[in-house]
Ligand binder design. Structure first.
Ligand SMILES: Nc1ncnc2c1ncn2[C@@H]1O[C@H](COP(=O)(O)OP(=O)(O)O)[C@@H](O)[C@H]1O
Ligand SMILES: [Mg+2]
Length: 255
C-alpha cells in the first residue's frame, strides 16, 4: 500500500540523566520529535555527531525509552515482541564473539529467532551478503567491511519489514562502502523499508528517497530526493538548515 505508515514517532523527547558525586545534569538528546516512516522507502537521518541519531535508532529498536511522547511500529510499542519481529537492527558498533565463525553466529541468531529450516536460510543470507568465501573464518580475522556484512546478515535473517541501520558505512573503505550501499539498495528493492543514519551527506544522497536533517535533537528539515537533485546536491541544504541551530548548550544542571 502506498504511503502506508510503518513506524511513527509522536512528540518524542529523550533526556539523559548524568549523575555526578554531588550533582546531576540532564542532557536533552531529543526534543518533541515527530515523524513517520513509510513502507517501502529508504529514509535517512542526517546530523552532526551528537545530533541524536543513535538515540532515535535505539528508541525505535526498543532498547531505550522516551521520557515524553510515543513510538509505534505497525501500531505496537517497540518493547513488545510483535514489534521486534518486524524490525532488524544494525547498531553503530556491532559486536560478535571473536572466537566464533560467521556460520556459527548466524546459526545462533537464526535459532534465537525460531527460524524454521534455519540451515537453508543461513546459507541464503550468507550468499546474499557476500560472505560465502569467509564463512569459516573466525570473527577475529574479519575486516571492518566483513563485520558490517555480517551485521547486515543478522539484521535481515528473520526477513524484517523495517531495517534500522545506525551509521552502516562509517569507517569502511570506498570499495566496502560501495558494496554495502548496493546491498542496502538490493534489500530495499526486495521490499524491506530501510531507515539509516549517517553524518555523511554524500552517502545519504546516493541512496535515500527522503532525508531528515537533525540538529541538536530537533528536526530542522525534511528533504525529498527530487529537491536535492534539483538543488544539485544535499550539502547546501544541510549547511543552511543547521546554521544557527548548533551552538545551544543542551546541558541543564539539576539539584
Ligand atoms: N547514555 C548517555 N548518557 C548521557 N548522554 C548521552 C547518552 N547517549 C547519548 N548522550 C548524549 O545525547 C546526545 C545525542 O547523542 P547520540 O544520539 O549518540 O547522537 P549521534 O548518534 O547523532 O552522534 C549527545 O549530546 C550525547 O552526548
Ligand atoms: Mg551515533
Amino acid at each position: 500500500m502506498k504511503n502506508e505508515i510503518i513506524a511513527r514517532f509522536s512528540n518524542v523527547s529523550k533526556i539523559y540523566k548524568i549523575k555526578r558525586l554531588y550533582s546531576a545534569r540532564k542532557s536533552v538528546a531529543l526534543k518533541n520529535f515527530s515523524f513517520d516512516i513509510k513502507r517501502g522507502e529508504i529514509i535517512g537521518l542526517l546530523g552532526l555527531n551528537g545530533a541524536g541519531k543513535t538515540t532515535i535508532m535505539k528508541l525505535l529498536a526498543g532498547l531505550i525509552f522516551p521520557d515524553f511522547g510515543e513510538i509505534l511500529i505497525g501500531g505496537i510499542k517497540p518493547i513488545l515482541s510483535e514489534a521486534k519481529q518486524k524490525i532488524g537492527f544494525l547498531p553503530e558498533l556491532p559486536y560478535f564473539y571473536p572466537h566464533m565463525t560467521c556460520l556459527e553466529i548466524l546459526t545462533y541468531y537464526a535459532k534465537l529467532s525460531g527460524l524454521k529450516g534455519f540451515k537453508e536460510e543461513v546459507n541464503k543470507i550468507i550468499e546474499k551478503v557476500g560472505l560465502t568465501e569467509h564463512v569459516s573464518k573466525k570473527i577475529s580475522e574479519y575486516s571492518k567491511g566483513m563485520m558490517q556484512r555480517l551485521g547486515l546478515a543478522q539484521a535481515i535473517l528473520h526477513e524484517p519489514e523495517l531495517l534500522i541501520l545506525d551509521e552502516p558505512v562509517s569507517g569502511l573503505d570506498p570499495l566496502a562502502i560501495h558494496e554495502v550501499r548496493n546491498l542496502i539498495a538490493g534489500i530495499n528493492k526486495d521490499g524491506t523499508t530501510v531507515f539509516l543514519s549517517s553524518h555523511s551527506i554524500s552517502e545519504l544522497e546516493k541512496i535515500c528517497h527522503r532525508v531528515i536533517i537533525l540538529s541538536r535533537g530537533e528536526i530542522v528539515k525534511t528533504v525529498l530526493s527530487d529537491a536535492w537533485k534539483i538543488a544539485g546536491g544535499l550539502e547546501e541544504i544541510f549547511i543552511d538548515s543547521i546554521k544557527g541551530n548548533n551552538d545551544e548548550n543542551r546541558l541543564i544542571t539539576v539539584h
